[in-house]
Design a binder for this molecule. Structure first.
Ligand SMILES: Nc1nc2c(c(=O)[nH]1)N[C@H]1C(S)=C(S)[C@@H](COP(=O)(O)OP(=O)(O)OC[C@H]3O[C@@H](n4cnc5c(=O)[nH]c(N)nc54)[C@H](O)[C@@H]3O)O[C@H]1N2
Ligand SMILES: Nc1nc2c(c(=O)[nH]1)N[C@H]1C(S)=C(S)[C@@H](COP(=O)(O)OP(=O)(O)OC[C@H]3O[C@@H](n4cnc5c(=O)[nH]c(N)nc54)[C@H](O)[C@@H]3O)O[C@H]1N2
Ligand code: SF4
Ligand SMILES: [Mo]
Length: 710
């Protein structure tokens, strides 16, 4: 059992039976950023639990991370550096010593850097959200080299840009106050699957009589538990938001004083909203008009009203504008006046992270390398040198990411990674799809084995992660690899001498976040107002909630939000009549945990959810193997015939490793590299497909695969 005394003296405490408990932070890309307690006996982590002293964690972890020891001690953990011996992608490696691996990597990168350092590209995302094992030492290394910069757009940049333009930052309600709301809109998010600790606040609000509405094309487990579910077509959220505004206007459910004092562009927004009578939006969204009217009535009359907006609705062409439109809503009804009213998409801008101190962009010393968008890595790896593009990408260093599985348009991504003249280094825990394409595969430490420090995008506490156990095998932290490479490449700068604890200390100014508090209790809360915009004070250029954005207008965008139909809008193609979204499977985190047996056993196998009507029209029975295809490629999986899907929309739950898929592909074989309106983000959920029962070749491939497996 965990001790519950709140004044536990240190984050490294000893218990009577000789075990120690080490405080840490969940590293995963999840808004909950849980505080972890790892029990260690004789150097072995025996249990990872939620910290009961941390209010946002409340002693509870999700199913995935409560299996963290299974992942850490997995028999397939990479324990020693490996060098490729077979053709690219064959996954044939031999073990090599760290010295040999690092010497060779340093030599190869130096040779490329002498010609043009921009031919080297780092590729990383949020395998760990830690500021130290993320972009600290890595940033210093690539900046000092002058390597290409990476535009980290793969998840959230469309919504982030929409929020920044409207509210002035990734800011909003404090998550705990949702418990006091009377109406909660869960918009583009499967909270029970991906934001579990928020769901506890929803349950509390429900107990107090709140009404809860889910806005999601898929009938998720979250939708099941809400009072109402609006199953709109993917990419139609802005139309819905405008119809809500229309109703608020015609019924005068408006806070005129708030509009006058704290918003910019109300007359213009009002005029645009009046172009969206409920019937027009109902036709665009594929929803009953009465359901939209009822939602508007609730939103206009039940206060405080709170919106939990999340990133599921911004992975479409108009994702940035849809975020802007929705982010306008709380100001219309003055919801921000109350701590339990308003909106939350991300809380990250609250954290005064000293990114320049960690990443040292000054080491560029005036050079301005080009920027490559991670969401178009498929095309960019295949691009030839040219005046617009610059040099061909010759070396790729991948850490904290699995692009071959998670980036859109995988056929193109794989073609890029398969280039025999591309030098690829991958730092990983496991032999992922991306690792298969490495020239050098370097074993990385997990969160139980290294230091780190974490902000959160769901709550407003900083967390410290202390190592609980020694690195497994010869695994090394990402930071150690970049330090060593710098030294071997003669990049002599004091920036490469900071150790990981020192880096943790540089993440925040002591006046903002007290490091001793972090050492003592594992977390520290930021001092913030309870209702951030009760009296306006939006950190936009005008200080107001900007319905109209002069900044966007100056960049040639529409100054007002608008509904932009999908690149591949439902009903726009006879060849590909079904809209496909690919939200995550609950027991995986993006492509992480796919190889953890106990979790994979719950998810069982890749599936496509399809409505009984769409299945019947194609002669597809539940459980049959189907071929899902479009012009970009095809994907084979089992059909789950279910009314979790609405007619016209199918769900390819993700993100399985390609090599665990039936025909060696995953759902990203179908997604495109087209980008969003704002934020240069991918459009994973803006994708048309057709589905048919799999013809014989796939079934044969399957039988062969089964035979090999058995
Ligand atoms: N268990 C688990 N938790 C996770 C993750 C995971 O993979 N697994 N991923 C983590 C990451 S990286 C992120 S970014 C967050 C994401 O967290 P959220 O943004 O909350 O995303 P999801 O739970 O993926 O839910 C997205 C929901 O949006 C719906 N959706 C799809 N298209 C549309 C649309 O056009 N409009 C609307 N209104 N809804 C739409 C999908 O059906 C899905 O239910 O979750 C994090 N948490
Ligand atoms: N079709 C479709 N595609 C999607 C999405 C979708 O909903 N649908 N979601 C998108 C979203 S929201 C996101 S955020 C991206 C996520 O894409 P990624 O950020 O690539 O996330 P993961 O797939 O979880 O891969 C992270 C990898 O980092 C490794 N890792 C973890 N910690 C460390 C460490 O400390 N050191 C090193 N070296 N490696 C580490 C893990 O082992 C794992 O293999 O995928 C996107 N792709
Ligand atoms: S993945 Fe999310 S819910 Fe699970 S332990 Fe980590 S932060 Fe908590
Ligand atoms: Mo994400």
């Amino acid at each position: 059992m965990l001790p519950h005394e709140p004044s536990r003296p240190s984050s490294l405490s000893s218990a009577a039976n000789g075990s120690t408990r080490v405080l840490g932070a969940c590293p995963h890309d999840c808004p909950d950023t849980c505080s972890l307690v790892t029990t260690v006996q004789a150097g072995v982590a025996v249990r990872v639990q939620g910290n009961p002293d941390h209010a946002h964690t409340g002693g509870v972890l999700c199913n995935k991370v409560s299996r963290y020891t299974e992942r850490t001690y997995h028999p397939e953990r990479l324990l020693r550096p490996q060098k490729r011996v077979g053709p690219k992608g064959s996954g044939r490696f031999v073990e090599v010593g760290w010295d040999d691996a690092l010497a060779d990597i340093a030599a190869r990168l130096s040779a490329i850097a002498r010609r043009d350092p921009q031919a080297i590209l780092p590729y990383s995302y949020a395998g760990t959200m830690g500021l130290v094992q993320g972009e600290s030492m890595a940033g210093r290394f690539f900046h000092r080299l002058g390597a290409s910069l990476l535009d980290r757009t793969i998840c959230a940049s469309a919504g982030a840009e929409g929020l920044v333009q409207t509210l002035g930052g990734k800011l909003g309600m404090r998550i705990q106050h949702f418990a006091e709301s009377r109406l909660i809109l869960i918009w583009g998010s499967n909270s029970i699957g991906s934001n579990l600790h928020f769901w506890r606040h929803v349950q509390e609000a429900k107990r107090r009589g709140a009404r809860v509405v889910c806005i999601d094309p898929r009938r998720t487990e979250t939708a099941d538990k809400c009072h109402e579910h609006l199953a709109l077509l993917p990419g139609t959220d802005a139309a819905l938001a405008f119809a809500l505004m229309h109703e608020l206007i015609v019924h005068d459910w408006l806070d005129h004083a708030y509009l006058a004092d704290h918003t910019l562009g109300w007359p213009e927004l009002r005029a645009r909203a009046l172009e969206w009578p409920v019937e027009r939006a109902a036709a665009v969204c594929g929803l009953p008009a009465e359901q939209i009217r009822a939602l508007a009535r609730d939103y206009g009359t039940l206060g405080p009203a709170a919106i939990r907006l999340n990133y599921g609705m911004q992975r479409v062409r108009g994702g940035g504008n849809a975020t802007r439109a929705i982010a306008c809503l709380p100001a219309l009804v003055g919801a921000w006046r109350h701590p339990a009213g308003g909106l939350l998409m991300s809380s990250s801008s609250n954290f005064p992270v000293q990114r320049a101190a960690l990443q040292r962009p000054d080491l560029l010393a005036g050079r301005r390398p080009r920027t490559i968008n991670m969401s178009t890595i498929g095309d960019d790896l295949l691009r030839e040198a040219g005046p617009a593009f610059g040099p061909r990408i010759e070396a790729l260093v991948v850490y904290n990411s699995n692009p071959v599985a998670v980036a859109p348009d995988s056929a193109q991504v794989v073609r890029g990674f398969a280039r025999e003249d591309l030098f690829t280094v991958v730092l990983e825990h496991f032999r992922t799809d991306t690792a298969d394409y490495a020239d050098y595969l370097l074993p990385a430490t997990t969160q139980l084995e290294h230091w780190d420090i974490h902000p959160s995008y769901g709550h407003t506490d900083v967390l410290l992660n202390r190592p609980a156990i020694a690195p497994q095998g010869e695994a090394r932290p990402n930071t150690a690899v970049f330090r060593e490479l710098a030294q071997r490449m003669g990049l002599d700068d004091p920036a490469f001498r900071d150790d990981d604890e020192a880096l943790c200390r540089q993440a925040f100014a002591p006046a903002q976040v007290d490091f001793d508090t972090l050492l003592r209790q594992g977390f520290a809360s930021l001092r913030l107002p309870e209702a951030p915009f009760a009296h306006g004070g939006f950190p936009t250029p005008s200080g107001k909630c900007e319905f109209f954005s002069a900044r966007l207008a100056a960049q040639g965008h529409d100054g007002l939000p608008d509904h932009l139909p999908n690149h591949e809008a439902a009903g726009s193609s006879a060849a590909y009549p079904l809209a496909m979204i690919s939200p995550p499977a609950r027991n995986f985190l993006n492509s992480t945990f796919v190889n953890v047996t106990s979790l994979r056993d719950i998810e069982r196998e890749p599936v496509l959810e399809i409505h009984p009507q769409d299945a019947a029209a194609r002669g597809i029975a539940d459980g049959t193997v189907v071929r899902v295809f479009n012009a970009r490629g095809e994907y084979a999986c089992k059909a789950d015939v279910t009314d979790r899907a609405r007619p016209g929309v199918v769900h390819g739950l993700g993100i399985w490793w390609r090599k665990s898929g039936l025909a060696g592909t995953n759902v990203n074989q179908l997604t495109s590299q087209r980008l969003t309106d704002l934020g240069r983000a991918p459009t994973f959920y803006d994708c048309l497909v057709e589905v048919e029962t799999a013809p014989a070749p796939v079934a044969t491939h399957l039988a062969a695969a089964d035979a090999t497996a058995a």
